[in-house]
Design a protein around this ligand. Structure first.
Ligand code: UDP
Length: 344
Protein backbone atom coordinates (compact mmCIF):
# COMPACT_ATOMS: atom_id res chain seq x y z
CA UNK A 1 0.00 0.00 0.00
CA UNK A 2 1.62 3.30 -1.06
CA UNK A 3 1.93 6.19 1.38
CA UNK A 4 -0.56 9.01 0.82
CA UNK A 5 1.01 11.50 3.18
CA UNK A 6 2.52 14.00 0.77
CA UNK A 7 1.29 15.59 -2.46
CA UNK A 8 -1.75 13.37 -2.46
CA UNK A 9 -4.82 14.35 -4.41
CA UNK A 10 -8.34 13.05 -4.67
CA UNK A 11 -10.13 13.31 -8.02
CA UNK A 12 -13.89 12.89 -7.88
CA UNK A 13 -15.16 11.71 -11.24
CA UNK A 14 -11.62 10.63 -12.08
CA UNK A 15 -12.74 7.85 -14.43
CA UNK A 16 -14.47 10.38 -16.65
CA UNK A 17 -13.07 11.95 -19.76
CA UNK A 18 -11.38 14.99 -18.16
CA UNK A 19 -10.75 13.34 -14.77
CA UNK A 20 -8.79 10.48 -16.29
CA UNK A 21 -6.54 12.87 -18.23
CA UNK A 22 -6.02 14.87 -15.05
CA UNK A 23 -5.13 11.72 -13.12
CA UNK A 24 -2.55 10.80 -15.74
CA UNK A 25 -0.97 14.27 -15.73
CA UNK A 26 -0.78 14.41 -11.93
CA UNK A 27 0.83 10.96 -11.75
CA UNK A 28 3.40 12.18 -14.26
CA UNK A 29 4.14 15.05 -11.86
CA UNK A 30 4.73 12.51 -9.06
CA UNK A 31 1.52 13.12 -7.16
CA UNK A 32 -0.25 10.27 -5.40
CA UNK A 33 -3.66 10.08 -7.03
CA UNK A 34 -6.87 8.60 -5.66
CA UNK A 35 -9.93 8.48 -7.89
CA UNK A 36 -13.49 8.10 -6.70
CA UNK A 37 -16.04 7.42 -9.42
CA UNK A 38 -19.36 5.57 -9.46
CA UNK A 39 -18.86 4.71 -13.15
CA UNK A 40 -22.25 6.20 -14.06
CA UNK A 41 -20.81 8.16 -16.96
CA UNK A 42 -17.13 7.51 -16.21
CA UNK A 43 -15.60 4.35 -17.67
CA UNK A 44 -13.18 1.91 -16.11
CA UNK A 45 -11.33 1.69 -19.46
CA UNK A 46 -10.32 5.33 -19.02
CA UNK A 47 -8.21 4.54 -15.98
CA UNK A 48 -7.40 0.87 -16.62
CA UNK A 49 -3.86 1.72 -17.81
CA UNK A 50 -3.22 3.58 -14.52
CA UNK A 51 -4.20 0.77 -12.19
CA UNK A 52 -0.69 -0.72 -12.18
CA UNK A 53 0.88 2.59 -11.19
CA UNK A 54 2.21 2.41 -7.61
CA UNK A 55 0.88 5.91 -6.78
CA UNK A 56 -2.64 5.31 -8.06
CA UNK A 57 -5.71 3.92 -6.38
CA UNK A 58 -9.35 3.76 -7.25
CA UNK A 59 -12.61 3.63 -5.26
CA UNK A 60 -15.77 2.66 -7.12
CA UNK A 61 -18.29 4.61 -5.10
CA UNK A 62 -20.50 7.66 -5.14
CA UNK A 63 -19.35 10.92 -3.62
CA UNK A 64 -22.55 11.02 -1.59
CA UNK A 65 -21.16 8.14 0.50
CA UNK A 66 -20.00 10.34 3.36
CA UNK A 67 -18.09 7.61 5.20
CA UNK A 68 -15.94 6.79 2.18
CA UNK A 69 -15.47 10.46 1.34
CA UNK A 70 -14.36 11.24 4.89
CA UNK A 71 -11.68 8.58 4.72
CA UNK A 72 -10.42 9.60 1.27
CA UNK A 73 -10.38 13.32 2.03
CA UNK A 74 -8.57 12.71 5.32
CA UNK A 75 -5.77 11.09 3.30
CA UNK A 76 -5.26 13.79 0.67
CA UNK A 77 -4.11 17.39 0.58
CA UNK A 78 -6.13 18.58 -2.39
CA UNK A 79 -9.45 17.68 -4.04
CA UNK A 80 -10.28 18.04 -7.71
CA UNK A 81 -14.05 17.84 -7.81
CA UNK A 82 -15.13 16.75 -11.29
CA UNK A 83 -17.88 14.26 -10.49
CA UNK A 84 -21.12 15.55 -12.01
CA UNK A 85 -23.94 14.76 -14.37
CA UNK A 86 -22.74 16.25 -17.67
CA UNK A 87 -23.72 16.32 -21.33
CA UNK A 88 -26.73 18.20 -22.71
CA UNK A 89 -28.43 14.97 -23.84
CA UNK A 90 -28.17 13.41 -20.38
CA UNK A 91 -29.34 16.58 -18.69
CA UNK A 92 -32.42 16.93 -20.86
CA UNK A 93 -33.30 13.26 -20.42
CA UNK A 94 -32.59 12.98 -16.67
CA UNK A 95 -33.08 16.36 -14.99
CA UNK A 96 -33.81 14.90 -11.51
CA UNK A 97 -30.59 12.90 -11.56
CA UNK A 98 -28.67 15.98 -12.79
CA UNK A 99 -29.90 18.34 -10.09
CA UNK A 100 -29.50 15.83 -7.27
CA UNK A 101 -26.06 14.61 -8.29
CA UNK A 102 -24.64 18.04 -8.87
CA UNK A 103 -25.93 19.68 -5.73
CA UNK A 104 -25.96 16.89 -3.11
CA UNK A 105 -22.59 15.49 -4.22
CA UNK A 106 -20.85 18.86 -4.09
CA UNK A 107 -22.24 19.60 -0.64
CA UNK A 108 -20.58 16.42 0.65
CA UNK A 109 -17.29 17.45 -0.96
CA UNK A 110 -17.24 20.90 0.71
CA UNK A 111 -18.45 19.64 4.06
CA UNK A 112 -15.78 16.95 4.17
CA UNK A 113 -13.07 19.27 2.85
CA UNK A 114 -13.81 21.76 5.62
CA UNK A 115 -13.27 19.09 8.27
CA UNK A 116 -9.67 18.69 7.06
CA UNK A 117 -9.16 22.24 5.64
CA UNK A 118 -8.40 20.71 2.24
CA UNK A 119 -8.22 22.89 -0.87
CA UNK A 120 -10.96 22.14 -3.42
CA UNK A 121 -10.91 22.83 -7.16
CA UNK A 122 -14.45 22.66 -8.46
CA UNK A 123 -15.35 22.04 -12.08
CA UNK A 124 -18.07 24.31 -13.38
CA UNK A 125 -19.16 25.05 -16.90
CA UNK A 126 -19.63 27.70 -19.55
CA UNK A 127 -23.33 26.72 -19.44
CA UNK A 128 -23.64 29.17 -16.54
CA UNK A 129 -23.36 32.03 -19.06
CA UNK A 130 -26.61 30.73 -20.52
CA UNK A 131 -28.07 32.94 -23.22
CA UNK A 132 -25.83 35.91 -22.50
CA UNK A 133 -24.92 37.76 -25.70
CA UNK A 134 -22.09 39.94 -24.51
CA UNK A 135 -19.16 38.20 -26.19
CA UNK A 136 -16.62 37.21 -24.86
CA UNK A 137 -17.98 35.89 -21.56
CA UNK A 138 -16.02 37.03 -18.53
CA UNK A 139 -16.32 35.64 -15.06
CA UNK A 140 -18.19 38.55 -13.48
CA UNK A 141 -20.74 39.02 -16.28
CA UNK A 142 -24.43 38.93 -15.51
CA UNK A 143 -26.06 35.60 -16.26
CA UNK A 144 -29.09 35.16 -18.54
CA UNK A 145 -30.86 31.81 -18.28
CA UNK A 146 -34.06 30.40 -19.72
CA UNK A 147 -37.16 29.43 -17.73
CA UNK A 148 -37.42 26.48 -15.33
CA UNK A 149 -39.78 24.74 -17.77
CA UNK A 150 -36.75 24.08 -20.02
CA UNK A 151 -34.73 21.37 -18.31
CA UNK A 152 -31.50 22.30 -20.07
CA UNK A 153 -31.06 25.23 -17.70
CA UNK A 154 -31.16 22.99 -14.64
CA UNK A 155 -27.56 22.04 -15.37
CA UNK A 156 -26.41 25.69 -15.31
CA UNK A 157 -28.36 26.36 -12.13
CA UNK A 158 -27.05 23.24 -10.37
CA UNK A 159 -23.51 24.30 -11.22
CA UNK A 160 -24.22 27.86 -10.09
CA UNK A 161 -25.32 26.49 -6.74
CA UNK A 162 -21.99 24.62 -6.58
CA UNK A 163 -20.20 27.88 -7.33
CA UNK A 164 -22.16 29.94 -4.79
CA UNK A 165 -21.62 27.32 -2.13
CA UNK A 166 -17.88 27.06 -2.84
CA UNK A 167 -17.40 30.82 -2.72
CA UNK A 168 -19.45 30.96 0.49
CA UNK A 169 -17.25 28.28 2.09
CA UNK A 170 -14.22 30.37 1.13
CA UNK A 171 -15.58 33.68 2.47
CA UNK A 172 -17.38 32.45 5.53
CA UNK A 173 -15.24 29.52 6.63
CA UNK A 174 -11.84 30.20 5.05
CA UNK A 175 -11.84 27.00 2.96
CA UNK A 176 -9.58 27.40 -0.10
CA UNK A 177 -11.92 26.84 -3.06
CA UNK A 178 -11.19 27.55 -6.73
CA UNK A 179 -13.97 27.40 -9.33
CA UNK A 180 -13.12 26.78 -12.99
CA UNK A 181 -15.60 27.04 -15.85
CA UNK A 182 -14.73 24.72 -18.72
CA UNK A 183 -15.69 25.69 -22.26
CA UNK A 184 -16.32 22.83 -24.74
CA UNK A 185 -13.42 20.62 -23.76
CA UNK A 186 -12.70 17.79 -26.19
CA UNK A 187 -10.13 15.10 -26.92
CA UNK A 188 -9.47 11.39 -26.81
CA UNK A 189 -11.79 9.28 -24.59
CA UNK A 190 -14.73 11.67 -24.80
CA UNK A 191 -17.85 9.79 -25.74
CA UNK A 192 -20.61 11.12 -27.96
CA UNK A 193 -23.18 9.15 -25.95
CA UNK A 194 -24.29 12.18 -23.94
CA UNK A 195 -24.42 14.55 -26.89
CA UNK A 196 -20.92 16.01 -27.23
CA UNK A 197 -20.58 17.22 -30.77
CA UNK A 198 -17.01 16.37 -31.81
CA UNK A 199 -16.96 12.66 -30.88
CA UNK A 200 -20.45 12.36 -32.40
CA UNK A 201 -19.43 13.94 -35.70
CA UNK A 202 -16.22 11.93 -35.92
CA UNK A 203 -17.99 8.66 -35.10
CA UNK A 204 -20.74 9.39 -37.64
CA UNK A 205 -18.18 10.27 -40.32
CA UNK A 206 -16.13 7.13 -39.69
CA UNK A 207 -19.25 4.96 -39.63
CA UNK A 208 -20.23 6.35 -43.03
CA UNK A 209 -23.35 7.96 -41.61
CA UNK A 210 -24.69 11.45 -42.28
CA UNK A 211 -23.44 14.14 -39.92
CA UNK A 212 -26.28 15.45 -37.75
CA UNK A 213 -26.13 19.24 -37.53
CA UNK A 214 -28.75 20.59 -35.11
CA UNK A 215 -30.62 23.78 -36.00
CA UNK A 216 -29.10 25.73 -38.91
CA UNK A 217 -25.52 25.05 -37.81
CA UNK A 218 -24.70 28.75 -37.48
CA UNK A 219 -24.27 28.46 -33.71
CA UNK A 220 -20.60 28.71 -32.77
CA UNK A 221 -18.36 27.15 -30.16
CA UNK A 222 -14.66 27.32 -29.21
CA UNK A 223 -13.09 23.92 -28.63
CA UNK A 224 -10.33 23.29 -26.12
CA UNK A 225 -8.01 20.28 -26.11
CA UNK A 226 -8.34 18.32 -22.86
CA UNK A 227 -4.53 18.49 -22.52
CA UNK A 228 -4.73 22.29 -22.36
CA UNK A 229 -7.63 22.10 -19.90
CA UNK A 230 -5.65 19.81 -17.60
CA UNK A 231 -2.64 22.14 -17.73
CA UNK A 232 -4.90 25.03 -16.69
CA UNK A 233 -6.50 23.10 -13.81
CA UNK A 234 -3.10 22.05 -12.45
CA UNK A 235 -1.75 25.60 -12.73
CA UNK A 236 -4.72 26.87 -10.70
CA UNK A 237 -4.23 24.15 -8.11
CA UNK A 238 -0.64 25.23 -7.57
CA UNK A 239 -1.41 28.95 -7.11
CA UNK A 240 -2.74 30.32 -3.82
CA UNK A 241 -3.69 33.50 -5.72
CA UNK A 242 -6.47 31.49 -7.34
CA UNK A 243 -8.22 30.73 -4.05
CA UNK A 244 -11.74 32.12 -3.67
CA UNK A 245 -12.02 33.00 -7.36
CA UNK A 246 -13.73 31.86 -10.55
CA UNK A 247 -11.80 31.22 -13.79
CA UNK A 248 -12.78 30.58 -17.38
CA UNK A 249 -10.80 27.84 -19.10
CA UNK A 250 -11.30 27.77 -22.84
CA UNK A 251 -9.96 28.39 -26.31
CA UNK A 252 -10.96 31.62 -28.05
CA UNK A 253 -11.05 30.51 -31.69
CA UNK A 254 -14.68 30.32 -32.77
CA UNK A 255 -16.11 27.93 -35.36
CA UNK A 256 -19.70 27.37 -36.48
CA UNK A 257 -21.08 23.87 -36.02
CA UNK A 258 -21.75 23.66 -39.77
CA UNK A 259 -18.12 24.45 -40.57
CA UNK A 260 -17.05 21.99 -37.92
CA UNK A 261 -19.10 19.29 -39.66
CA UNK A 262 -17.45 20.16 -43.01
CA UNK A 263 -14.00 20.00 -41.44
CA UNK A 264 -14.68 16.61 -39.86
CA UNK A 265 -15.93 15.25 -43.20
CA UNK A 266 -12.85 16.53 -45.01
CA UNK A 267 -10.44 15.19 -42.41
CA UNK A 268 -12.02 11.72 -42.31
CA UNK A 269 -12.62 11.25 -46.04
CA UNK A 270 -10.38 8.94 -48.04
CA UNK A 271 -8.16 10.70 -50.64
CA UNK A 272 -10.47 9.89 -53.60
CA UNK A 273 -13.44 11.46 -51.80
CA UNK A 274 -11.73 14.69 -50.74
CA UNK A 275 -13.10 16.68 -53.67
CA UNK A 276 -16.75 15.73 -53.14
CA UNK A 277 -19.09 18.34 -51.72
CA UNK A 278 -19.06 17.73 -47.95
CA UNK A 279 -22.53 19.30 -47.62
CA UNK A 280 -24.05 16.22 -49.28
CA UNK A 281 -23.12 14.30 -46.17
CA UNK A 282 -24.75 16.72 -43.73
CA UNK A 283 -28.24 16.25 -42.35
CA UNK A 284 -29.91 19.19 -40.60
CA UNK A 285 -32.09 18.21 -37.63
CA UNK A 286 -34.39 20.71 -35.87
CA UNK A 287 -33.60 21.21 -32.18
CA UNK A 288 -37.06 19.96 -31.15
CA UNK A 289 -36.29 16.61 -32.72
CA UNK A 290 -32.71 16.43 -31.53
CA UNK A 291 -33.43 17.21 -27.88
CA UNK A 292 -36.93 18.12 -26.70
CA UNK A 293 -39.84 20.40 -27.53
CA UNK A 294 -38.84 24.05 -27.02
CA UNK A 295 -35.11 23.30 -26.61
CA UNK A 296 -33.00 26.46 -26.45
CA UNK A 297 -29.39 26.55 -27.65
CA UNK A 298 -26.68 29.17 -27.15
CA UNK A 299 -25.89 31.00 -30.33
CA UNK A 300 -22.31 31.89 -29.49
CA UNK A 301 -20.00 30.95 -26.67
CA UNK A 302 -16.54 32.49 -26.39
CA UNK A 303 -14.52 32.83 -23.18
CA UNK A 304 -12.55 35.81 -21.96
CA UNK A 305 -9.41 34.13 -20.62
CA UNK A 306 -7.54 37.20 -19.43
CA UNK A 307 -8.06 36.38 -15.74
CA UNK A 308 -6.41 32.97 -15.86
CA UNK A 309 -3.62 34.33 -18.06
CA UNK A 310 -2.93 37.15 -15.60
CA UNK A 311 -3.10 34.86 -12.57
CA UNK A 312 -1.13 31.79 -13.66
CA UNK A 313 0.09 32.65 -17.19
CA UNK A 314 -2.06 29.97 -18.85
CA UNK A 315 -3.25 30.12 -22.45
CA UNK A 316 -4.40 27.38 -24.78
CA UNK A 317 -1.94 25.91 -27.17
CA UNK A 318 -3.62 23.33 -29.37
CA UNK A 319 -5.34 24.17 -32.68
CA UNK A 320 -8.67 22.66 -33.74
CA UNK A 321 -7.00 20.56 -36.49
CA UNK A 322 -4.78 18.91 -33.89
CA UNK A 323 -7.74 18.26 -31.62
CA UNK A 324 -9.65 16.65 -34.49
CA UNK A 325 -6.64 14.57 -35.49
CA UNK A 326 -6.34 13.25 -31.94
CA UNK A 327 -10.06 12.44 -31.70
CA UNK A 328 -10.12 10.76 -35.12
CA UNK A 329 -7.10 8.67 -34.18
CA UNK A 330 -8.64 7.70 -30.83
CA UNK A 331 -12.01 6.72 -32.29
CA UNK A 332 -10.36 4.71 -35.06
CA UNK A 333 -8.33 2.84 -32.45
CA UNK A 334 -11.32 2.07 -30.26
CA UNK A 335 -13.50 0.96 -33.18
CA UNK A 336 -10.74 -1.46 -34.14
CA UNK A 337 -10.06 0.26 -37.47
CA UNK A 338 -13.48 -0.73 -38.87
CA UNK A 339 -14.34 2.24 -41.05
CA UNK A 340 -17.41 2.17 -43.28
CA UNK A 341 -17.99 3.71 -46.70
CA UNK A 342 -19.67 7.15 -46.51
CA UNK A 343 -23.40 7.42 -47.18
CA UNK A 344 -24.41 9.75 -50.05
N1 UDP B 1 -24.65 19.53 -31.97
C1 UDP B 1 -24.99 19.18 -33.28
N2 UDP B 1 -25.06 17.85 -33.60
C2 UDP B 1 -24.82 16.85 -32.70
C3 UDP B 1 -24.47 17.22 -31.37
C4 UDP B 1 -24.40 18.57 -31.05
O1 UDP B 1 -25.21 20.05 -34.13
O2 UDP B 1 -24.89 15.67 -33.08
C5 UDP B 1 -24.55 20.97 -31.63
C6 UDP B 1 -25.32 21.38 -30.39
O3 UDP B 1 -26.69 21.66 -30.69
C7 UDP B 1 -24.57 22.63 -29.97
C8 UDP B 1 -23.12 22.30 -30.36
O4 UDP B 1 -23.21 21.26 -31.33
O5 UDP B 1 -24.99 23.76 -30.66
C9 UDP B 1 -22.24 21.84 -29.21
O6 UDP B 1 -22.93 20.78 -28.55
P1 UDP B 1 -22.32 20.00 -27.31
O7 UDP B 1 -23.40 19.14 -26.76
O8 UDP B 1 -21.04 19.35 -27.71
O9 UDP B 1 -21.93 21.13 -26.27
P2 UDP B 1 -22.72 22.41 -25.71
O10 UDP B 1 -21.93 23.56 -26.23
O11 UDP B 1 -24.12 22.40 -26.23
O12 UDP B 1 -22.63 22.25 -24.26
Amino acid sequence: MPSFNSRSVLITGGAGFIGSHLAEALLAKNYHVTVIDDLSTGRFENIAPLTDHPNFRFAIDTITNEVVMDRLVSECDMIFHLAAAVGVMLIVEQPVHTIQTNIAGTEVVYKTALRYKTKVLVASTSEVYGKGNQIPFSEDDDVVLGPTSRSRWSYAVSKMVDEFLGLAYYREKGLPVVVFRLFNTVGPRQTGRYGMVIPRFVQQALDGEKITVYGDGNQTRCFLHVRDAVRAIIALSESSEADGRVFNIGDTQEISILNLARKVIQMTSPEEDKYQDPDERIQFIPYDQAYAEGFEDMHRRVPDVSRIYETVGWESDCQLENILNDVIFDIKQTSGGKIAVPVR
